[in-house]
Design a protein around this ligand. Structure first.
Ligand code: FDA
Length: 300
């Protein structure tokens, strides 16, 4: 309910103008985004690696409206992979298929994903396919499955709020790779998505199944202590690798604590100029972030 309301407000062009075009908006974004440039993201990745954390670099952008933009997003990811190799970063990349052209030209999007996966293999790393709005879930899974069967160095995000995810998990586990389990960040209707506490219950169920699966690497992506605690209970029986994932700028102390406890932690590091939609989802998750923005706005 709150998420839908916040996203409805942030999607209005007047709100977008106030947030994206003011110093206050940029200062809030800085808390969650490494910077506008790849060089800034590389610096952040080095700092996180030095703290014993892995990184996933995300060049912000989604829903391109021209195929040239999708090709340029592909080029940006190829550049990112080049930097990962050059600086020996302990990092992979996260991509959104709508940024690569999904929904506009699906064949081109699949080709872009192939090119990125090939370059990632050369760079000695892998690619995570982010999950977007439910309108793209099936196409994202299908494109992921094809690329993963060809290249073998991909992973995908699944959202515990979708009622379909149990079935998707069963289909995706045999493909190997890594599977990022998150709650889901978009406003989705009751017919297809759990709401409230049911999202957490689904996360716990799916998390338990994922931690028991063999031949895949579970990536538990949450800042919610109750969810993490349940995963930690099941983790003692797991002999294969798995990791926690958290977002840049969120619960940094907890990130360090988990590393100190000996767990693998990967921090999702977004960078780039197209930070507005990403920021709105972070605000919708936690209305306190909206207050933070309002304070920044009035203090200018
Ligand atoms: P929850 O929202 O219940 O938060 C638990 C606690 O974490 C809060 O009480 C607060 O302390 C802290 N917290 C959470 N969000 C915060 C915020 N924005 N600001 C400050 N504190 C915050 N979603 C998606 O749909 N597709 C995807 O591909 C991904 N990918 C992804 C990668 C990674 C590494 C992470 C961690 C998350 C995603 N997500 C995502 C987002 C995810 O679906 C979800 O919206 C957020 O992680 C928030 O859910 P939590 O599980 O953290 O719990």
């Amino acid at each position: 309910m709150i998420r839908a309301a916040v996203l409805a407000v942030t999607e209005r062009s007047v709100t977008k103008k106030i947030v994206a075009d003011t110093p206050a908006g940029r200062s809030v974004a800085k808390r969650f985004v490494a910077g506008d440039s790849l060089a800034e993201a590389v610096d952040v990745a080095k700092e996180l690696n030095a703290l014993g954390m892995k990184v996933s670099l995300d060049h912000l952008g989604e829903h391109v409206s021209a195929i040239e933009e999708a090709a340029s997003a592909r080029d940006s990811y190829l550049g990112c992979l080049g930097q990962i190799a050059e600086h020996h970063l302990d990092a992979n990349i996260s991509v959104k298929l709508t940024q690569l052209g999904l929904g506009l030209d699906n064949d081109a999007a699949a080709t872009h994903l192939d090119e990125i996966a090939t370059a990632a293999l050369d760079a000695g790393t892998n690619v995570t396919v982010d999950m977007e709005e439910s309108a793209h879930t099936q196409a994202t899974i299908d494109m992921y499955a094809t690329a993963q069967k060809t290249h073998g160095n991909l992973g995908i995000a699944l959202q515990s709020y979708l009622r379909r995810t149990q079935d998707d998990l069963e289909r995706i586990i045999p493909l190997g790779g890594h599977i990022r389990l998150c709650k889901g960040a978009y406003a989705e209707p009751n017919e297809i998505a759990f709401q409230g506490a049911e999202v957490d219950e689904s996360f716990d169920r799916l998390g338990a199944a994922l931690m028991k699966a063999t031949g895949v690497k579970p990536a538990i992506a949450s800042h919610d202590d109750m969810r993490l605690a349940k995963i930690l209970v099941g983790a003692s029986d797991r002999s294969e690798p798995w990791e926690f994932q958290m977002l840049y700028g969120i619960r940094r102390d907890r990130q360090r604590e988990l590393v100190d406890m000996g767990h693998e932690m990967r921090v999702y590091v977004p960078f780039g100029e197209a930070w507005y939609p990403y920021l709105t989802r972070r605000m919708a998750e936690r209305p306190a972030n909206l207050l933070f923005f309002m304070r920044a706005l009035v203090s200018k």
